[in-house]
Ligand binder design. Structure first.
Ligand code: NAD
Length: 296
């Protein structure tokens, strides 16, 4: 069993750290917020006084932080205190450029590194059913995999440094766009007098079929477990979808890729977010789509 340091014990990191303890690893944890540290302690982790103190003697260091600037700052702080042969894994969703910079920083200190953003939300974090999308060298990925398997059920090696983050934002751009497409189809069906169930029965078994329709239907009824049946409680909050679409737009601009629908989707979620819906599930965007008809 490994000695693991876990930094960033929020909505995702807290339950992920708890699953590593459950799997029998010795975990030293740190977060800036006292309530998160207390929760980790009651989940069986040892609490460190600082990020630097948490990594002393660790075989593996894991970070789960809000954005690229937090990851770069924490890695910069801790990396020179890590032992030779140790591995650092970042599971946050951050921009591809920051992820590459973080890998370069680790390499400069002779530390193996993996970017491993996740899909599956807080439910997946609690249930250890996350999907990990990984970037890094083969040897680093091979060392990270058995640790990630205690927090997730699908671990994919996507390529070199930053490839995990690239896969994450490409996937979420498809998701953001497809949820708007499905919402527009339901809004049109409503105007045409077609029932939600009729559209669902046809599209779910026809060429309009997609995850946003069949697993996460944005109107109540056809998919009982979707957030639409629970007043759009997240699930996956609009503010997080907007964050990921903004990362995708920044990456597209840097790489010189054309993503016109991704750009439009970002604008639509931004308007929905700014109307006070940041904490609403992203499938609630169907309400925004309907409201556009009233505006003409
Ligand atoms: P969160 O805000 O709940 O947790 C982040 C934690 O990092 C907080 O507890 C904060 O105190 C801590 N932190 C910030 N700076 C720190 C520092 N310098 N040292 C130590 N701790 C520090 O966020 P979250 O929902 O857990 O998400 C974490 C990451 O996972 C984000 O990048 C997010 O985009 C991504 N993500 C979230 C979800 C989700 O459903 N919540 C799903 C997939 C991916």
């Amino acid at each position: 069993m490994a000695n693991i340091a876990f930094i960033g014990l929020g909505n995702m990191g807290g339950p992920m750290a708890a699953n590593l303890v459950k799997a029998g690893h010795k975990l030293v944890a740190f977060d800036l917020v006292a309530a998160s540290r207390n929760q980790a302690e009651s989940d069986g982790a040892t609490i460190a006084d600082s990020a630097v103190a948490s990594v002393k003697g660790a075989d593996v260091v894991i970070t789960m932080l809000p954005a690229g600037k937090h990851v770069l700052s924490v890695w910069d702080e801790v990396i020179s205190s890590m032992g030779k042969g140790a591995l650092i894994i970042d599971c946050s969703t951050i921009d591809v450029e920051s992820a590459k910079q973080a890998h370069a920083l680790a390499a400069k200190h002779g530390i193996a590194s993996v970017d491993a953003p996740v899909s599956g939300g807080t439910g997946g974090a609690r249930g250890a059913t996350l999907t990990f999308m990984c970037g890094g060298e083969d040897k680093a990925f091979a060392a990270a995999k058995p640790i990630l398997e205690k927090m997730g059920k699908k671990i994919v090696h996507c390529g070199g440094a930053g490839a995990g983050q690239a896969a994450k934002i490409c996937n979420n751009m498809i998701l953001g766009i497809s949820m708007i497409a499905v919402s527009e189809a339901f809004a049109l069906a409503e105007k045409l007098g077609l029932s939600h169930q009729a559209l669902f029965d046809v599209a779910s078994t026809s060429s309009g079929q997609c995850w946003s329709l069949t697993s996460y239907c944005p109107v109540p009824g056809p998919v009982p477990a979707s957030p639409a049946n629970n007043d759009y409680k997240p699930g996956f909050a609009t503010a997080l979808m907007l964050k990921d679409l903004t990362l995708a737009q920044n990456a597209a601009a840097t790489a010189g890729a054309a993503t016109p629908l991704g750009k439009h989707a970002q604008e639509i979620y931004k308007a929905f977010d700014m109307a006070g819906n940041g904490g609403v599930d992203f499938s609630g965007v169907v309400r925004h789509v309907r409201s556009l008809a009233a505006k003409g």
